[in-house]
Design a protein around this ligand. Structure first.
Ligand code: NDP
Length: 600
């Protein structure tokens, strides 16, 4: 117990070092010297005439949210579907994130949607960004979504027109597209943010954000070819989150010198990637992907199953908790309750984090560097990372960890970066500083949505996101949100939330058309009932102020009782949500929705 108290005290002290009054405001949107970071370096934009036509369904965003919803609409027989996408192709986060080493930490067998429908076998247990991007394109072509899509086209506003019962979508290309239905797949990981470090604008060297990797400057390519142009450069990288962990081994291999500016170390668990065996893959029975999805979801959220199909770092901690509970319950007179569950969780987490810290000592040769790389928080307080070459990179003589003791980079000037009163001369500065996740919906999406009676989504959600099932918003007829929040909220496999929401949206749209209604809208009562249901959601890491700050917990700033609801899921958990929503959409009743003719 004394050890545990000491560990908790250490966790609190490390968190306190990082707490700052400005929370999310510490980050800035790329502007001025960095305005180009919102542009697309990957395609030549081709001029075209503005469109003023009408479609049955418009989908904002061509990432996996938009693609899976588009696919489900096609499956439901609704083929007049137009994806509108700011990037030059589909892919969303996987279009933008082409940095060297990019791959997904969730196993491809469950992360890549619609594998059975498209007939694709993942090459490895965890696949690189190039394969994920290719799969996004495969879904688009398989379901005929690419032909009608508008790329390099960013939405500037969406308005509901009462008289015609249509949404009108304005874009950066001068379009005014009418749509009977709109689905919002705007995602959280595509708008880069920068740290508001004093002097950032003054940096005179080359600078870019990881989601706009400048291969023209570095050499190399997304497949991992050497970043040959960096051989004589002094490169700095700010950030040590999931992105930095993946690209640092490549920079360490190729840069003349690399300076890694660290504020909070990530927890780095083993990766253990391996190729998928085609013979084994061929033995999988039809329906396998849904079975894998359910199995992962059950095991990752503390349930029981006969086997662990995915078997990785996401399910490992739950497995340990379960084993402890089973062992405790086999003692005579044992009773299950919240105390036992909490103890099993704390024991498992402490054991896991001790192993993660021990792994650093085993891999990193210099003891001071090893100490600086150790994470002092619970594993799920920040995004857990998995990598087999990241820690090893710090053994390279050209790689320097510059730990800022939780304070962050002090200042940037024309020639480099200041930390702790020391200046680091740099030719190139890479921002691995993440994305707009915790900011307002309109800032994240990049446009405003105006619903019935002129009310904007920002006004409607001023206090917190308000939906039924995470999908339907009162005052916004024929509009659907695609995302994990207020629904399953299965953070460890985002695409499973999206693909399932797509099924719901397709069935609601198909029903609206079947009953020849013009409008479908959630009633205020049904929406607020759902909001009251969400109040039962316990404290999660996503809103836990005890955790070290980051976008998982609103940068450590306490959130109000209502605001907290923006980031929660269905209280009984993701498995229960998927079961509940499947029953809701297949019952044919669509309880809570109102189907009606237009007002005029
Ligand atoms: P993050 O927001 O996770 O990380 C930003 C990094 O920048 C943090 O290390 C942060 O430190 C650091 N930082 C911010 N300001 C400063 C400062 N002033 N001085 C020094 N450091 C600073 O962004 P990522 O792009 O790494 O990841 C975003 C999300 O994208 C991930 O959480 C994950 O969900 C997803 N992703 C998934 C991948 C996968 O599947 N493998 C790969 C990449 C991304 P601090 O921690 O102290 O805030």
């Amino acid at each position: 117990m004394a050890d545990r108290d000491a560990l908790r005290a250490k966790y609190r002290a490390e968190r306190d070092k990082r707490l700052r009054a400005d929370g999310n405001e510490q980050y800035i949107e790329p502007a001025g010297r960095f305005a180009h970071l919102l542009e697309d370096p990957y395609v030549e934009v081709v001029e075209r005439e503005p469109l003023c036509d009408e479609v049955t369904a418009a989908i904002i965003g061509g990432g996996f949210a938009g693609l899976t919803t588009g696919a489900r609409l096609q499956q439901a027989g609704i083929t007049d579907v137009r994806i509108i996408e700011g990037g030059g192709d589909v892919g969303g986060a996987w279009y933008w994130n082409r940095y060297p080493g990019a791959m997904c930490d969730t196993a491809a067998m469950i992360y890549l949607p619609l594998l059975e429908e498209t007939g694709h076998m993942p090459s490895h247990k965890y696949v690189p960004s190039t394969e994920i991007f290719a799969h996004a394109k495969r879904i688009a072509s398989h379901f005929g979504l690419a032909d009608q899509a508008l790329f390099s086209t960013s939405v500037t506003s969406i308005e509901w027109h009462e008289e015609s019962a249509r949404w009108v979508i304005h874009t950066t290309r001068g379009d005014a597209i009418r749509a009977r239905f709109v689905a919002m797949g705007t995602g959280p990981l595509h708008r880069p943010k920068l740290p508001g470090i004093p002097g950032i604008e003054s940096f005179g060297g080359h600078a870019f954000h990881t989601s706009r990797w400048d291969y023209g400057y570095t050499g190399g390519d997304p497949a991992g070819a050497p970043l040959a142009e960096l051989a004589d450069k002094r490169v700095g990288i700010i950030g040590t989150g999931a992105t930095a962990v993946q690209c640092i081994p490549h920079l360490a291999r190729d840069a003349g010198e690399l300076f890694v500016f660290q504020r909070t170390p990530s927890s780095i668990d083993v990766r253990n990637n391996h190729p998928i065996d085609p013979e084994w893959f061929a033995t999988l029975e039809p329906g396998w992907q849904q079975r894998w999805l359910t199995n992962f979801c059950v095991l990752q959220t503390g349930g029981f199953a006969d086997e662990d199909l995915v078997h990785d770092g996401w399910t490992d901690i739950s497995q340990r908790i379960r084993d402890r509970i089973v062992a405790a319950m086999s003692e005579p007179g044992a009773t299950f309750g919240p105390e036992l569950a909490q103890l099993a969780y704390e024991d498992s987490d402490d054991q896991k984090m001790t192993e993660i810290r021990a792994r650093i000592d085993a891999i990193v040769a210099d003891p001071d560097t090893a100490d600086d790389l150790k994470p002092w928080y619970r594993q799920l307080c920040k995004r857990p990372c998995f990598h087999d070459e990241y820690l090893q990179a710090f053994n390279e003589p050209t790689v320097h960890l510059v730990d800022t003791d939780g304070k962050g980079v002090e200042r940037i000037d024309e020639t480099g970066v200041w930390v702790g009163g020391r200046h680091f001369d740099l030719d190139c500065l890479i921002f691995a500083s993440g994305f707009e996740v915790g900011t307002s919906y309109a800032r994240r999406a990049g446009f405003e949505t105006t619903g019935r009676g002129g009310q904007t989504l920002s006004q409607r959600w001023a206090e917190c996101m308000q939906t039924m099932h995470g999908v339907h918003v009162h005052g916004f007829p024929n509009l659907f949100i695609i995302g994990p929040n207020q629904g399953a909220n299965l953070i460890s496999n985002i695409t499973s939330n999206l693909a399932d929401a797509g099924k719901t949206i397709a069935s609601v749209i198909a029903h609206t058309m079947d009953v020849e209604a013009d409008e479908v809208e959630v009633t205020l009562d049904a929406e607020q009932d759902w909001m009251r249901t969400l109040e039962g959601a316990g404290s999660t890491f996503l809103n836990n102020p005890d955790c070290t700050p980051g976008y998982y917990n609103n940068e450590g700033k306490a959130v109000g009782a209502r605001e907290r609801l923006s980031a929660v899921g269905y209280p009984p958990g993701p498995v229960a949500f998927f079961e509940f929503i499947d029953g809701w959409r297949t019952s044919g009743e669509f309880t809570g929705l109102e189907f009606r003719k237009a007002a005029t």
